[in-house]
Design a binder for this molecule. Sequence first.
Ligand code: FAD
Length: 573
Amino acid sequence: MPSRNTAGTDGSPNDASAERSGPSPLEVALIDAAPRYLVPFHPKQLPHFFTDVLIIGGGLAGLRAANAIDPFLQVLVLTKEALEQSNSNYAQGGIAGVVAPEDRFEDHVADTLTAGGSLCDRAVVELVVREAPQRIAELIQWGTHFDEQAGTLALGREGGHSHHRIVHALGDATGREVMRAVIEWTRRLRNVHIWENTFTLDLLTHEGACRGALAVDQHGRMTMVWAKQTILCTGGLGQLYRESTNPPVATGDGYAMALRAGAQMRDMEFVQFHPTVLYIAGSSRMLISEAVRGEGAYLVDRNGYRFMHDYDSRGELAPRDVVSQAIVSQMDKTRHPCVYLDLSHVDAQFTRQRFPGIAEACGKFGIDIAVDRIPVRPGAHYMIGGVTVDIEGRTSLPGLWAAGEVTSSGLHGANRLASNSLLEGLVYGAHAGAGASREALAISDTFRAPPLENTHQPQPTEPLDVSDICNSLKSLMWRAAGVRRNRDALSDAQDSIENWRRYVLARQFDEPQGWELQNMLMLATIVIRAALARTESRGVHLRTDFPDKDDANWSRHLSFRRREPDVPAIPGE
Ligand SMILES: Cc1cc2nc3c(=O)[nH]c(=O)nc-3n(C[C@H](O)[C@H](O)[C@H](O)COP(=O)(O)OP(=O)(O)OC[C@H]3O[C@@H](n4cnc5c(N)ncnc54)[C@H](O)[C@@H]3O)c2cc1C
């Protein structure tokens, strides 16, 4: 179990002495996560549904968990939109694993630890790396067609990996093929039921344990879902930022509902940005894969100047965080909203054949990638922090397990190694599923709902322009808690968000856009507090006012937990 330290501290970003003297010695910062539930409900007015295991989220982690549940048990999977809408489905590069005979587990472990900036948990890294070949073999058995070369798996290599060890599919559409196979495989399981287009609002807790969730379907019908065990697999929060590679479902609902329910979270300052995301007004923010730079593309500024060697001797192939930071600096220097990828010196026919998807997407906007420069800038890509889980996928809240991007397992430390996240979802999905299954089997059926209700009815108020606040929040997060951070910008952002929270969280909404905004405001508060508190630069967290790594004070995690109503606020919080 993760530590259930109840000591309160704020590691307070508002407390100047914290910056002078390093972090507070206490472990868990308490955060105001009121209200406990987003909507009022009463058990006598709602339908009830009983299952053995509830899985919230149907991406790779959620479906892998579903496959680990004993067939004797009933399983319900909830997804916010269609099953195909998940970060997993959009994954491009592939899944890392030691499958080549000349590769070694020790090297994959070492590469992961090096990327992680001294914050990885070695036992977790060992576990995940050593399980990778088995999990990849399982995907093949379930019908995934990975790309092959001369009859064996074709292995790619990405930044930070010392060997070719990335299995991929459909060239650069690995997620689409893996999810096609896993969805088909899971739909055949007779004990697994999937409710698509069903928004989970909150986890239901009673007597200190998670007992299921409150869900609402696309017609606005609410159901109290009771489960012996619940597994949270709701993915990331890229939509918190104006620029992001994540699909619209990634609004971070799972983090917010876990926090409201009392689960511990950590490492929320570590948001990974992808350096090259297509930047064309009106286009989707498509990720332009590292492979484009791998094939020789230059990064140039608005004046055509190739700038990467001014920042790092590895040039365009420096690690993601270094390239992202260099791009933002060059955008500032040239006062221009983007930089450009230039492939005009590479053979045109090769370029169009090697990157057909990117060529097609850019072509729609009149850009020929073999000739014209491709406008790009960094975008939020992957959330490293999340709900703290132990090696089995158990959270600090009894009855609640978690797997995938929504978690902080200790695998990634302060920076995720490319293609380790689908792998993490597979490994932790399998473990959390097995653990939840084991515990659910030991609990007998009662079909009785606990006496749980939320009678709080907010006062009716003027309607709000939810989209307007949402856009303002995303822009603010991009400016203040993006690739480069500093105390002044973070503190100003904290004030604005606190102001919005005051009137947005006090409201009651009846559709997903409002609930998502409430969740995003909660998360923005934590990301900013964590980013303010960590007065150093490490991994993906760059503080321009504290540019160095500070091992003496900061070789540790920052954790957060909901402040219970009877615990007084800490001055400065
Ligand atoms: C463009 C892109 C490329 C990537 N490429 C790679 C790669 O090559 N290799 C790699 O390892 N990683 C890659 N990643 C990261 C990786 O895809 C994700 O980290 C991983 O897929 C997360 O899986 P998950 O199952 O945890 O979450 P997801 O796949 O995001 O699934 C989340 C699920 O939760 C559901 N959900 C969310 N909120 C609610 C709610 N309120 N109610 C009900 N359901 C909800 C969603 O509907 C969805 O079913 C990439 C990510 C992106 C965006």
